[in-house]
Design a protein around this ligand. Structure first.
Ligand SMILES: Cc1ncc(COP(=O)(O)O)c(C=O)c1O
Length: 400
């Protein structure tokens, strides 16, 4: 069989024969799978015979989603989880023992920051934050003999930091450490970290993979030994596995992922260009813009810049929220990666738990506004922005 392209794999990869056959993956909304006899039950449990045992760690619909994601990311295994945070926690729990350390960029989603700072500390482990993640020497300096893995989110939410994945992979290899990339924002349709030298990818499938905001989910894509290890231990004994219905919705999401990502990218570029020229905008973070400090890097590792972008509105916290409240089509919510465009105020919501000091270090200010640009008509989005700037007025001169 000739090598298939991404869009073909997104619809066909990893197919399992279901009986009776069905064009759409059947939804196995079941926790257990009856055995034909005791001999078969024992053989499935020891792994001598392929089969499913119990919903906390396996399910046919979830299995197909895992196979398809592994095919798209280029790994030989994947394990789907109940959320993106569960994926990051399970991976950390699997690899870390008390006393161990993680080296991570500080440009990460607020929940990841919170997990590393609280949950991991409770496990007796520690994170060494790299506060200048664009500098490979800063990563080098943060690694100690106790480091067990390197973690990077690229592009990062919401500051849009772009890591040099090949350079980080080279460093990780030289130190015999795995490099984990949170690939939520680009998805494998736009960025393939494994092909660039990373060892593992994690995702919040809640975002672009699902695509419409219906279901929470996550996935870890990596070597079979890692995936088997997590399936045999953490997920088996804890149960933060993906619900079959969510896996089913995610499989539908994958079928249109590459098409959606194209439209997300072109709409986001139009919005970023509009904002860059607007007199009330101080600064736009979008790597697709030529003036962006990461622009030159993107060609080597990304097919597109996805649709997350952030900008600084002239003024303060109040000016930012007034603008947000004036938008009509773009929905105010703490989410991203959906077909509908979403606006978020990170300082008061997703990243508020970080505290002002850490937010500042991570490049998040009170006047920062984050957009996840959807797949609506470009003109309608630009019109919505223009009217919101008008209604919100000039900074400090707002009408009540
Ligand atoms: C980059 C990134 N990683 C992980 C997560 C956590 O995902 P979830 O909300 O599915 O737990 C998020 C959530 O916004 C995210 O943006």
């Amino acid at each position: 069989m000739p090598k298939q392209g991404f869009s073909t794999k997104a619809i066909h990869a990893g197919n399992i024969e279901f009986s009776p056959g069905s064009m759409i993956t059947p939804l196995y909304q079941s926790v257990a799978y009856p055995y034909s006899d005791a001999k078969e039950a024992a053989a499935i449990f020891t792994g001598e015979k392929p089969g499913y045992t119990y919903g906390r760690w396996d399910n046919p619909t979830v299995d197909l989603f895992e196979r398809r994601m592994a095919a798209l990311e280029g790994t030989d295994g994947a394990i789907a989880t109940s959320s993106g945070m569960a994926a990051i926690f399970l991976l950390s729990h699997h690899w870390l023992s008390p006393g161990d350390e993680v080296v991570s960029s500080n440009r990460v989603y607020g929940g990841t920051f919170g997990l590393f700072e609280t949950g991991l500390k409770k496990m007796g482990t520690k994170v060494n934050w790299v506060t200048k993640p664009e500098d490979i020497n800063a990563w080098k300096a943060a690694i100690t003999p106790k480091t067990k893995f390197l973690f990077v989110e690229t592009p990062s939410n919401p500051a849009l930091f772009i890591a040099d994945i090949p350079a980080l992979a080279k460093l990780a290899k030289s130190k015999k450490l795995p490099l984990v990339v949170d690939n939520t924002i680009c998805t494998p349709a736009l960025q393939q970290p494994i092909a660039l030298g990373a060892d593992v990818t994690v995702h919040s499938t809640t975002k672009y993979v699902c695509g419409n905001g219906t279901s929470l989910g996550g996935i870890i894509c990596g070597p079979k030994s890692l995936i088997d290890g997590i399936r045999q231990s953490c997920i088996r004994y804890l149960g933060p596995s993906m619900a079959p219905f969510n896996a089913w919705l995610n499989l539908l999401g994958l079928e249109t992922l590459s098409l959606r990502m194209e439209k997300h990218c072109s709409n986001a570029m139009a919005v970023a260009t509009f904002l860059e020229k607007h007199p009330r905008v101080k600064h736009v973070n979008y790597p697709g813009l030529k003036a962006n400090p990461f622009h030159k890097m993107i060609k080597a590792q990304m097919k597109g810049c996805s649709s997350l972008l952030s900008f600084e509105i002239e003024g303060n916290y109040k000016d930012a929220t007034k603008f947000i409240d004036s938008l009509k089509i773009i929905t105010h919510a703490t989410h991203l990666g959906t077909c509908r465009s979403i606006v978020t105020h990170p300082a008061s919501t997703t990243h508020s738990a970080m505290g002002e000091k850490e937010m500042k270090k991570a490049g998040i200010s009170p006047s920062m506004i984050r957009f996840s640009i959807g797949i609506e008509d470009e003109k309608d989005l630009l019109d919505d922005l223009a009217q919101a700037f008008k209604v919100a007025g000039k900074s400090g001169k707002r009408k009540k």
